[in-house]
Design a protein around this ligand. Structure first.
Ligand code: FE2
Length: 247
């Protein structure tokens, strides 16, 4: 039986807005799997790519999906969010007042490239802080910059960014290197939160609970609660996050 009350701050749940759910039916199936795994809330995070829908169109989709989930009897709250590339386009959007932050507006979910280095990472995270945002760095364990320079994770955390583990990495869904790096950053207490980054419904009812179990085995029940419930809730409300004891 899963713990209730988890909050997923990285999930491609909205239908037909990016490379996530292709239809409302897929969104509903994904929502069922998330709710069954113990999630009570999700902040769907469509890729904020220029070719994808506007913030206003996404807000409409989110509200429509919330109504559909309620009609289906699926207890899953939906909150505003987006997944932003750490690139010049993001800073242009911030200037245009189209930053697309999470929940209350303090935190901004960002991703580094999977297959290319990002030597300017510390500078980009700093610039976001200057703009008033606290970056949440999505799946560092899958990104080349962190794979080639694992010390980046501690630098980013110490600079005030929140690192977000991807649950599937713990099961080896992205290969052995990402799994090892995810375990290392977990053991070093560098992650502030964990999330599903769910893109589709296939197998989600099986792998989500497996991944949460793997997380609990690795870090224990208390840290699992911090990574999947307490810190995501604080981030949604725009509050400071709880850091693990220094070890
Ligand atoms: Fe994502």
């Amino acid at each position: 039986m899963a713990d209730p009350g988890y909050i997923d701050l990285h999930c491609h749940l909205l239908p037909a807005v990016d490379d996530g759910a292709k239809s409302v039916e897929e969104s509903v199936a994904m929502a069922r799997a998330l709710a069954a795994a113990g999630f009570a809330a999700v902040a769907p995070s469509p890729h904020a790519w220029p070719e994808n829908p506007s913030a206003a169109a996404i807000a409409e989709k989110r509200e429509a999906l919330a109504r559909r989930l309620a009609a289906e009897g699926i207890a899953l709250e939906l909150h505003p969010n987006a997944e932003n590339r750490l690139d010049p386009e993001l800073f242009d959007r911030i200037e245009r007042d189209d930053a697309r932050p999470l929940g209350a507006g303090r935190y901004l979910l960002v991703e580094a490239p999977f297959d290319a280095p990002l030597p300017r990472l510390p500078e980009l995270l700093f610039r976001l802080r200057v703009k008033g945002f606290t970056p949440i760095v999505a799946h560092p364990e899958r990104c080349l910059e962190f794979a080639e320079r694992p010390e980046r994770a501690r630098e980013a955390a110490e600079a005030g960014a929140a690192l977000q583990a991807e649950l599937g990495a713990l099961l080896g869904r992205y290969g052995p290197k990402a799994k090892k790096l995810c375990e290392r950053f977990l053991d070093e207490g560098l992650y502030a939160m964990a999330a599903s980054d769910l893109h589709g419904p296939v197998g989600a009812d099986r792998w989500l609970p497996e991944a949460i179990l793997a997380l609990r085995r690795r870090v224990g029940a208390e840290a699992t609660g911090r990574l999947l419930a307490e810190n995501p809730a604080r981030a949604l409300r725009g509050e400071d996050l709880v850091r693990p004891e220094a070890g």
